[in-house]
Design a protein around this ligand. Structure first.
Ligand SMILES: [Zn+2]
Length: 473
């Protein structure tokens, strides 16, 4: 079940009318926040209040080269919370901006009175979703929301509980748009039943009865969202590239995405097995029935080339069969989701493989780098379209964006595990080059060739695959 926390950002005197850095109508959110605080206290859910807690001298102030007039200096009346803000005795106070050389707009830069960082404290309390209100929409609220998403939390911005500076007219609206694009929901808490509805949009017991892996799927989606944000922060930017082996690069984006996915999945399912392209495989997973199979970026070469054809691939496997899968292309904003027996979805809409029965004229998605000569028999009869990342190709086939995909390569489980479920849940069939069903969490986690399409086409394609392989001998 989603565990909610309320984050009240910087409702301090200096940000309210009469203060050193006043936000117009900043005090008008206090009543809304007080109602939310009461609701959270009643539900026993954490309430966290962040505060700017600056030293007298800091490069954050225009007196020392920064952008802002001095405000919220430790121990002054301006730094105190608005006097009408009714924080209960259980509220946790997080202080930020305490250093002399940092702006620290984000609550995630702050620590509680014990020195614990906000993200660690939330995880320790099992929090998975943040409801955020406070000041100011276009600065500290925005940075706190974006960091929350990067850290893998679901985030709901309460639009009636925030106000902005609007240094330039429209700054607040643009900030809300940016938060939405990054994956935040923007909702009104005061709308009729608003808060109740927000709190209930979670994996309910009923949903679990319909789909027993709802929690795994929700966790995978959250992890993919966080990984995608980290990846896009580096896409076409500065990152390290190393060669793991010939023609097999890894970047700091792969490693950071892997770290985030591992942290988010492990926090929820600490006892499950693990197989990731970017982690050493100790083989412990072989003794486990529940295993996560991860490729933090499939299509690293495309990522490096600046081609938006790469994807985060996350699959949950039980007894060798994928049960929940996410393939997320963050550069195109495409979130593919599948559950065994549940179906497959692209950005929330059901998807299905194409119904084509004839190989002649079929549109096949193929690798951008696999030697074309291998595909001669297909070139003669089909239309071949190069697309990066086999995980992404499988997702596209699931969505009917291409009739099938195939490769002659020996591919790892993490490349195709989520994609195999995606295609199957969308009504298609997936086999290895020899026509066998794929089984996952194997000692040698590889398959020799993969063919995926609708069930009719996949059999015929596999026959051609076999024939093509014979010819190449
Ligand atoms: Zn400040």
């Amino acid at each position: 079940m989603a565990q909610n926390a309320l984050i009240v950002v910087d409702v301090q005197n200096d940000f309210c009318p009469g203060g050193a850095l006043a936000v117009t109508e900043g005090d008008q959110i206090v009543a809304v926040l007080n109602r939310l605080i009461r609701e959270f206290d009643r539900a026993g859910a954490p309430v966290i209040a962040t505060r700017d807690w600056h030293p007298r001298r800091t490069s954050h102030f225009n007196t020392h080269g920064g952008a802002w007039p001095p405000h919220c200096v430790q121990g002054t009346a301006g730094a105190e919370f608005h006097s009408a803000l009714a924080l209960g005795s259980n509220a946790v106070i997080v202080s930020k901006g305490t250093e002399e050389n940092a702006d620290s707009y984000s609550g995630f830069d702050g620590v509680d009175s014990q020195g614990m960082r906000l993200a660690d404290m939330l995880r320790q309390r099992g929090v998975t979703r943040l409801l955020v209100g406070g000041l100011a929409t276009d600065y500290c609220v925005k940075q706190t929301v974006l960091d929350g998403l990067r850290q893998g939390f679901e985030v709901v911005v309460l639009e009636d509980a925030v106000r902005g500076v609007d240094l330039k007219p429209g700054d607040s609206d643009r900030a809300l748009e940016e938060m939405k694009r990054a994956g935040a929901q923007v909702r009104a808490s005061a709308a009729r039943n608003g808060l109740r509805q927000i709190l209930q949009t979670e994996v309910s017991a009923t949903q679990r009865e319909i789909f027993p892996y709802a929690e795994e799927l929700e966790t995978a989606e959250r992890a993919a969202t966080a990984a995608g944000a980290a990846i896009m922060g580096l896409f076409k930017g500065q990152y390290d590239v190393q060669e793991k082996s010939k023609n097999n690069p890894v970047t700091s984006a792969d490693l950071e995405a892997n770290r985030l996915i591992r942290e988010i999945v492990r926090a929820r399912f600490p006892a499950d097995g693990w197989l990731s392209e970017e982690d050493k495989d100790g083989g412990e997973r072989l003794a486990m029935s529940r295993v996560w199979v991860i490729d933090p970026i499939d299509g690293t070469k495309e990522f490096i080339e600046g081609v938006p054809q790469f994807a985060v691939s996350i699959a949950f496997v039980e007894n060798g069969q994928p049960k929940a899968a996410i393939i997320f292309n963050p550069a195109q904003g495409q979130m593919y989701k599948a559950g065994a027996g549940l179906g497959a979805f692209l950005n929330g809409q059901p998807i299905r493989v194409t119904a084509r029965e004839a190989i002649d004229g079929a549109r096949l998605l193929v690798s951008r780098s696999e030697p074309q000569r291998k595909f001669q028999v297909f070139v003669d009869r089909c239309e071949l379209k190069p697309v990066g990342s086999i995980a992404y190709r499988l997702a596209k086939v699931a969505a009917g964006d291409g009739d099938g995909t195939l490769t002659f390569r020996s591919i790892y489980e993490w490349d195709v595990c989520a994609g195999a479920l995606m295609v199957e849940a969308a009504g298609g069939g997936v086999v290895d080059g020899s026509g066998n069903d794929l089984v996952f969490n194997q000692r040698e986690p590889r398959h020799r060739g993969v063919v995926a399409a609708n069930p009719r086409l996949s059999r015929d394609l596999q026959g051609l695959w076999q024939a093509a392989l014979e010819q190449q001998k």
